[in-house]
Design a protein around this ligand. Structure first.
Ligand code: FAD
Length: 311
């Protein structure tokens, strides 16, 4: 299949098979476009134990199951799935070249849906904690399920403070965990205290138990218990391929886009978490619909030239 495509450029190659990339594939396949999704196989969505804010699933749905359904939907309309990372991306005036372990493929349009990678908190078996729903990475996603619980927030000062303030709306028992008093400025302390947020600045080892965590202290005082640990450690944006073809990114590496998700490089689009927005499934779906429809219209009108709208 990949060999065939290398002789006849695809209409669209989607790089990344998470919710955003797969939703774009559904749209494009239904627009009767030749479209393939290239996926390296480690979507952030796979880490979701069960989402309860994804529209249309009142009982929630696990990340793996959501991905399975999206893949099935895209395949049913004729999209191709290629399970391989795209190693590099080249570009000429009228097409892109994707280099993969399965060969080289050309496509007239490319959608980048490569996502981000969360930095784990400094505790043993952090990813197992995420899987168990005890280590949390996204309060927008699941603060509702943390209502009234004892919550610890670990991370760098300002990010941790913002996250703790967000969570304080859902629980009166929120504490920021720092390892040293120098980790939090006077301003942070007073803002936290004004918001009713606790601050532990001699945090030792945080040990996961079957139903929460024991937070050790380095000042000889007794450990204490929390139910949930929110990590505010930041993330790494997977925008390397965008940079290779010269697309503009912000200081964090997020790909800059215009109102149809077009990047500063003609015929290159970016959707989902790799774009600076609310990192949410529903947002990725919205991006996907916008990008796919814009690409379809461009192809329909013979690639109408639109000057890149992004900075
Ligand atoms: C623990 C956790 C819980 C969450 N809960 C929720 C929730 O309840 N509700 C919600 O809306 N959101 C939730 N999120 C956020 C949600 O997972 C993301 O917003 C969503 O997965 C973003 O989709 P995406 O398609 O942009 O990226 P991803 O899902 O990360 O998919 C990106 C894909 O691109 C692939 N890729 C990267 N580089 C390449 C390459 N060079 N070649 C080929 N493939 C590549 C990766 O392998 C990956 O499969 C949660 C996230 C986490 C971590």
């Amino acid at each position: 299949m990949v060999h065939e495509q290398s002789q006849h450029p695809l209409d669209v190659a989607i790089i990344g098979g998470g919710p955003a990339g797969l939703a774009a594939a559904v749209y494009l396949a239904r627009f009767l476009r030749s479209v393939a999704v290239f996926d390296a196989g480690d979507p952030r969505a796979r880490l979701i134990p069960r989402t309860h804010n994804c529209p249309g699933f009142p009982d929630g749905i696990g990340g793996e199951e959501l991905l399975r359904r999206l893949r099935l939907q895209a395949l049913s309309f004729g999209a191709c799935m290629v399970e391989t990372p795209v190693k590099t991306l080249g570009r000429t005036d009228d097409h892109f070249t994707l280099s993969t372990n399965a060969g080289t493929v050309s496509a007239r349009y490319v959608i980048l849906a490569t996502g981000i990678v969360d930095r784990p908190p400094p505790i043993a078996d952090a990813w197992a904690g995420v899987e168990a729903g005890l280590v949390r990475l996204c309060p927008v996603c699941d603060a509702y399920e943390a209502r009234g619980r004892r919550i610890g927030v670990i991370g760098r000062e300002i990010t941790a403070l913002k996250e703790a303030e967000f969570l304080r709306h859902f629980s009166s028992n929120v504490v920021m965990l720092f390892s040293h008093p120098d980790d939090a400025s006077t301003a942070t302390r007073s803002q936290a205290s004004g918001a009713g947020i606790g601050l532990c600045d001699r945090t030792g080892e945080v040990v996961r138990l079957h139903d929460g965590f024991e937070v050790g202290k380095t000042d000889g005082t007794p450990p204490f218990r929390i139910d949930l640990l929110y990590a505010a450690m930041g993330c790494d944006v997977r925008s390397g391929l965008a940079a290779i073809v010269g697309a503009n990114c912000d200081d964090h590496g997020y790909v800059l886009v215009g109102q149809h998700q077009e990047t500063s490089v003609p015929r290159l689009y970016a959707i989902g978490d790799v774009v600076q927005a609310l990192n949410q499934i529903a947002v990725g779906f919205g991006h996907a619909a916008l990008a796919a429809t814009d690409i379809h219209n461009a192809l329909r009108h013979g690639d109408f030239p639109r000057p890149p709208a992004v900075r």
